[in-house]
Design a protein around this ligand. Structure first.
Ligand SMILES: Cc1cc2nc3c(=O)[nH]c(=O)nc-3n(C[C@H](O)[C@H](O)[C@H](O)COP(=O)(O)OP(=O)(O)OC[C@H]3O[C@@H](n4cnc5c(N)ncnc54)[C@H](O)[C@@H]3O)c2cc1C
Length: 228
């Protein structure tokens, strides 16, 4: 049987145990969440201690890319081919139930387990850095000064495949106990979104430097009509 490219095969490590119905393994759902989230958490083990650190990242096709300084511990560990666990979450809302017990949150989160590698190929490295800037603001990479050879050399880029991964999604209101439904206690959802404020220009911009459209109206990064 040919592999179903639409689905990332479940493994023992990415098969949901609790609330299994909230699990998703469709590649597109996992990619959409990763593309919407601006930061991820990278779990790695160095010298017997496990660390989890926040990081910028970007997805290109079926790979995640992280970047930073050459001396960065997290990246150095990933570059050695160590296994890492990366998670990223969009928080969509608070779910307030009648009972304290059933309070919850609406979210879309992804977890990826993979073995890292250092990106040596210059074209791949450049593409990853361009995509990282674009992940922040679409159109920004064409406006920004491109990295010098020294900047490229002193930036460590690592890559992790997205081929062992899961998504978990909660939507909807509280799931209260039938006996609690008559209680005169407000229950419902408080939607949450990440909102951009007004751009703050640097005070030393040369006169006549115009504010780019992506800064004037930073796009709403909340959910598209993706299949949940
Ligand atoms: C939104 C966001 C985006 C980031 N993006 C990147 C990125 O793209 N690339 C990158 O290299 N780094 C990024 N960072 C920084 C990253 O989280 C670490 O601070 C960095 O990797 C530390 O590297 P290090 O080798 O100097 O420190 P380490 O040797 O790894 O850290 C030493 C100790 O410093 C403390 N520490 C380090 N980082 C943090 C932290 N973030 N919060 C609290 N304590 C900390 C911990 O106690 C840690 O054990 C980002 C941070 C944030 C919050």
């Amino acid at each position: 049987m040919p592999e179903d490219r639409g689905v990332i095969p479940e493994t023992e490590r990415t098969s949901l145990r609790r609330a299994k119905a909230r699990g998703r393994h469709q590649r597109r759902v996992i990619h959409d969440i990763l593309d919407e989230v601006l930061i991820c958490q990278v779990g790695f083990t160095d010298d017997g201690t496990t660390f989890v650190l926040p990081s910028t990242f970007v997805r290109i096709d079926d790979r995640l890319y992280l970047h930073g300084a050459l001396g960065n511990r997290m990246l150095r560990v990933v570059a050695t081919g160590a296994e890492v666990c990366i998670s990223a979450t969009v928080l969509d809302g608070l779910v307030l139930a009648r009972s304290a017990f059933h309070h919850s949150m609406n979210y879309r989160s992804v977890m990826v387990i993979g073995t890292g590698r250092k990106v040596e190929d210059l074209n791949e490295k450049r593409a990853a850095l361009v995509a990282t800037v674009e992940h922040m603001a679409v159109g920004r990479s064409a406006d920004a000064r491109q990295p010098t050879p020294t900047e490229l050399r002193t930036t460590l880029v690592v890559s992790i495949p997205i081929d062992e991964a899961s998504a978990k999604i909660r939507v909807g209101g509280p799931i209260d106990e039938p006996d609690d439904l008559e209680l005169p206690i407000w229950a419902g959802q408080i939607p949450l979104t990440l909102a951009a404020g007004s751009p703050i220009p640097e005070p030393d911009l040369p006169g006549g430097t115009s504010t780019p459209p992506y800064a004037i109206r930073y796009p709403d990064r909340t959910r598209s009509d993706q299949e949940l």
